[in-house]
Write a protein that binds this ligand. Structure first.
Ligand SMILES: C[S@@+](CC[C@H](N)C(=O)[O-])C[C@H]1O[C@@H](n2cnc3c(N)ncnc32)[C@H](O)[C@@H]1O
Length: 273
């Protein structure tokens, strides 16, 4: 069973950081661009990226000329992002280890605040929204990205189907992810308003993940987050092989010989302090 509590242990993300950066961040960067386009990021704007990971948004914002502070509670992610920023010569991008529920930043510091597929993991999302609002100047804007319902994340759906088929005993107790409430746009809006935002709107966007080989898609879905990573780590080698085979068979049956595409839908809530 996927244990989502492991996603609040920074070490899990430290371990996932390199894989995440190499295989996942270029995809999440598409949603980060959507978020930036919705609220605008102009040269010189002061921007905070909360739960920044390896910098899908922070790097894009710095490349648009903003002065960016990227924060994450995983030291592994933060160090990796620091190295990437140096390699790209982005001296307008600073990084700091911080819990997004307790930002060590003065009130009213930034014009734009973002959290892309990050705040959704916080056990206390209200604190997460309130902190984003607190660090914004009055009139400043935030955008928060979360995945849509699990069935709108096709690669996860294919993984779950394979799990049910290959290892039904393991599949049955799958728990809903903790961010499920945010998949309802009205609930997402309400949480953001309660966190101190006005003019809140939720936009729905989708991008397609493309793989040449379904085995790579399997590695992607199982390596992308600590919860599935940990679950996979508990499997016997033979069970893992059956699960991979079921996934590959299902995907080939549905999509033929490839390339293999999986749509992923996300909601982006934008609001003004
Ligand atoms: C799915 S990744 C998203 C990373 C990046 N924003 C992106 O879009 O690629 C989730 C990130 O949230 C971070 N995270 C989870 N809980 C956190 C918390 N309480 N405070 C700060 N960061 C957190 C993790 O360390 C991880 O880097």
């Amino acid at each position: 069973m996927a244990d989502y509590n492991v996603e609040q242990i920074p070490a899990g993300w430290d371990e996932a950081a390199r894989f995440y950066d190499q295989h996942v961040a270029s995809f999440t960067a598409k949603f980060a661009r959507d978020a930036m386009d919705l609220v605008g990021v102009s040269p010189g704007a002061r921007v905070i990226d909360v739960a920044a990971g390896s910098g899908a948004l922070a790097i894009g914002a710095a490349q648009r000329g903003a002065t960016v502070l990227a924060t994450d509670f995983s030291r592994g992610m933060v160090e990796l992002l620091h190295d990437k920023a140096r390699a790209l010569g982005l001296d307008n991008l600073a990084v700091r280890v911080m819990d997004g529920q307790a930002l060590e930043v003065a009130d009213a510091t930034f014009e734009r605040a973002f959290s892309v597929l990050g705040l959704m993991f916080f056990p206390d999302r209200q604190k997460g929204f309130a902190e984003l609002s607190r660090v914004l100047v009055p009139g400043g804007k935030a955008a928060v990205v979360t995945w849509s319902k699990p069935d709108k994340m096709r690669v996860l759906g294919a993984f779950q189907n394979a799990l049910w088929r290959a290892l039904p005993d393991l599949a049955l107790p799958l728990r809903p992810p903790p961010w499920l409430p945010l998949t309802e746009p009205e609930a997402f809006k309400k949480e953001m308003r309660e966190g101190g935002f006005s003019h809140v709107r939720v936009h729905t966007v989708a991008h397609v993940l493309v793989f040449d080989d379904p085995r790579t898609a399997f590695e992607w879905v199982t390596g992308a987050t600590p919860a599935l990573n940990a679950m996979i780590g508990t499997l016997e080698e033979s069970d893992l092989a059956s699960l991979r085979q079921a996934f590959v068979e299902d995907v080939c049956e549905a999509q033929g010989s490839g390339p293999f595409g999986f749509e992923a839908e996300a909601h982006i809530a934008v609001g003004r302090r």
